[in-house]
Each structure stands twice: as structure tokens, then as C-alpha cells.
Design a protein around this ligand. Structure first.
Ligand code: SAM
Length: 249
């Protein structure tokens, strides 16, 4: 059953409406008609089983039949800290990690970050990143908008006091695979992936001294954006919801 994103206050109306591009997609592409059931999501983490009561030329009027906590919000709280990359690559990473159930994303300035944020443009880039995350959330039916954090320095990130069940720095010189890293089932994980130039040995040692474990993603050197996507996929499979049975409404 398809999920449609509505603003939070729309979901609480007696007859929530689907309009604009989503309405055209619903009517023209999915050929939905009155009586059909769809799921509404509003970014709160809930999803609303709804039925199309009527449609006119520009909008659909629905009524909500049931509400439950969404399955698309992963049980794994996954934060990815990404060594600063060139603009387009950062956009790509946010788009794909959102589809993979990302909870929070932190851009990080490390020693070898070639691309450095232009502070005058940072506000505009944050707005753009948030818009990409919302678009990706709507497209994949994720029910909760990922949190896009302000830029942090490598030191501030690894020395932060935020509690995680597991902290992983992905390092191409490491030999230990990810699967053996945690004896139990971590629920809140911080992932750290380097920029194009990777992490310096000092940075890796500093991270290990702050409780990070280093892990390998195999014998090949991956692009940073590939490494982030691979790491999130593996963690969702090992500790999240990519190997679970799905229980829709
Ligand atoms: N220093 C690398 C080199 O020799 O070309 C480039 C770094 S790689 C482009 C960017 C980041 O992806 C690395 O900092 C690391 O976090 C991650 N990465 C890439 N390949 C990896 C692998 N095989 N195992 C673990 N992490 C990897």
C-alpha cells in the first residue's frame, strides 16, 4: 500500500486531503479511485491507514481508519558522521542514507577534508540538505524526517559525550570485519566515514581512544559515498530492519 506524505496538521483533519503533484501521481500513475486504501505519513513516526472518500479534478479527500507507529522507522538509531565531500556527493549521500533509514547525519571537517564548508553558504546548504532528506523520506515512505546536524569538527564529534551502544570508524587499513564488532545487539550506533583522502593514522588512533572501534568494508577501497551507503546497509541488515518480516496494516 502506497504511502503519501501530508503536513502534520493535515493528518489531524477530519478529511485529510492529497493535492498537487502527489494527487496527480495518485490519480494518473497509480490510478487510485474512491474506496481505495492508502497510508498517510506526516513525519511524526506514525502512519495512518486511510480510505479515499472522493476525488475531484485537483484533490482527494480521505478519512483515517487506523493509526499505528510506522514500520518504516528503523528500530536501529543510526547516526552517520561524514568527512566533508564535494557538494554533489554530500547530496547523494543524504538521499540514499535517508532511504536506508538514517536517523541523523553529521557533516564533519577532518584533517584531509579537501572540500571545506563556505560558512557564508552553510545556511543555504543546510536548507538544501533538509529538503533532500524530506524528498527522499516522502519517496521511500519513511515516516520520520532524518535530523541533519550542523557541521562538526572531527575532534568535537569523537569527544562528544552523547551515549551510543556502538561507535564505528570505517578504515580501509583495518582487517576486522563489521560482523564481529559487537557481541550484543546495539540499538544506537554512530558511524564515521572519511573524506576522499581518508582519515590520518592519528585520527584513527584518537577515535579509538574515544571508544570507537575500527571496521573494514572489505579488501577494496570504496569511494566515501559508496562506503557510507554500504556501511548503513550492512548495519540495517545486522541490527536494524533489513532482515525482518514486514507487517503492514
Ligand atoms: N585513503 C583512501 C585511499 O587510500 O584512497 C581513500 C579513502 S576512501 C575514498 C573514503 C572513506 O571510505 C575512508 O576514509 C573510509 O572511511 C571508507 N572506506 C573506503 N574503503 C573502505 C574499506 N575497504 N574498509 C573500510 N572503510 C573504507
Amino acid at each position: 500500500m502506497r504511502r503519501f506524505y501530508v503536513d502534520p496538521d493535515e493528518a489531524r483533519k477530519e478529511y485529510p486531503q492529497i493535492k498537487g503533484q502527489d494527487f496527480r501521481h495518485m490519480q494518473k500513475v497509480l490510478r487510485h479511485e474512491p474506496g481505495d486504501r492508502v497510508i498517510l505519513i506526516d513525519g511524526s513516526g506514525f502512519e495512518y491507514l486511510s480510505v479515499i472518500e472522493k476525488m475531484n479534478s485537483s484533490k482527494a479527500f480521505l478519512s483515517v481508519l487506523d493509526k499505528k507507529w510506522s514500520e518504516t522507522a528503523s528500530p536501529l538509531e543510526l547516526t552517520v558522521a561524514q568527512g566533508f565531500l564535494k557538494e554533489k556527493k554530500m547530496d547523494t549521500i543524504i538521499r540514499h542514507l535517508t532511504e536506508l533509514g538514517l536517523t541523523r547525519w553529521i557533516p564533519v571537517i577532518s584533517q584531509r577534508s579537501v572540500a571545506r564548508p563556505d560558512h557564508r553558504r552553510m545556511h543555504e546548504r543546510m536548507r538544501r540538505w533538509n529538503a533532500i532528506a524530506v524528498e527522499s523520506m516522502k519517496q521511500c515512505g519513511l515516516s520520520r524526517i532524518p535530523d541533519i546536524s550542523e557541521v562538526m569538527t572531527f575532534e568535537a564529534l569523537i569527544e562528544s559525550k552523547e551515549a551510543y551502544d556502538g561507535k564505528i570508524i570505517f578504515w580501509e587499513e583495518e582487517t576486522a570485519p563489521l560482523k564481529d564488532l559487537f557481541p550484543d545487539n546495539p540499538k544506537k550506533i554512530l558511524v564515521l566515514v572519511g573524506p576522499e583522502g581518508g582519515f590520518s593514522p592519528e585520527e584513527v588512533n584518537h577515535a579509538k581512544g574515544c571508544g570507537f572501534k575500527s571496521a573494514s568494508l572489505g579488501p577494496r577501497i570504496l569511494r566515501a559515498e559508496t562506503a557510507s551507503i554500504a556501511a548503513c546497509t550492512l548495519l540495517q541488515y545486522l541490527y536494524g530492519d533489513m532482515k525482518k518480516e514486514i507487517h503492514p496494516f
